[in-house]
Design a protein around this ligand. Sequence first.
Ligand SMILES: CC(C)(COP(=O)(O)OP(=O)(O)OC[C@H]1O[C@@H](n2cnc3c(N)ncnc32)[C@H](O)[C@@H]1OP(=O)(O)O)[C@@H](O)C(=O)NCCC(=O)NCCS
Length: 172
Amino acid sequence: MDIQIRKEQPDDFLQVARLVEMAFRQKNEAVLVENLRHHKQYNANLSLVAEYHGRIVGQILFFPIVIRCGDAEKESLALAPLSVSPEFQKMRVGTRLVEEGLKRARESGYGSVIVLGHPEYYARFGFVPARTWGITAPFDVPDDAFMAKELQADALKNAGGVVEYPEEFSEV
Ligand SMILES: CC(C)(COP(=O)(O)OP(=O)(O)OC[C@H]1O[C@@H](n2cnc3c(N)ncnc32)[C@H](O)[C@@H]1OP(=O)(O)O)[C@@H](O)C(=O)NCCC(=O)NCCS
């Protein structure tokens, strides 16, 4: 399919908001995307869209976070949210967004990515339970759904700790 994956632009924001709301069938994640754009840690290079003949049919965002253990902190990225327009689901749009996003995150120098999501879906990209490295969520989550992936060898070695999300995430 003739789908292009590219960096999100301001002209896309309105379409992205509609798409995210349609994908999740509620407004919370669309509000999250909008709020994160105003956060000082936001990295616009890691917000990607899937475009099909001028229409935005998918979006993925990677947000810088830290894994904290006492005074030590390790930089990482949270993959959230990932949205594909309902009419375009199961056509590998999500797969292409994840793969391109992971590639760009690695090229930007990030060593790892954390995701809270469908375990079977993210396992196909190499995500494994974050507990593998002693990494935990700051809120109650199903153990298998809280996952991590190294982008650089041993990036999460000795990185055990609690993931700190910006407060915008707590509103979802
Ligand atoms: C989840 C989502 C992003 C997947 O995007 P997509 O473009 O439909 O996914 P793909 O076409 O790349 O899927 C590839 C495979 O994953 C499977 N898959 C899709 N959604 C899945 C899910 N929720 N759980 C497990 N597997 C899933 C597909 O069946 C497909 O399997 P196959 O290759 O064996 O046929 C999309 O369905 C979506 O936007 N859902 C609503 C919002 C959401 O839940 N976002 C993710 C939050 S973690």
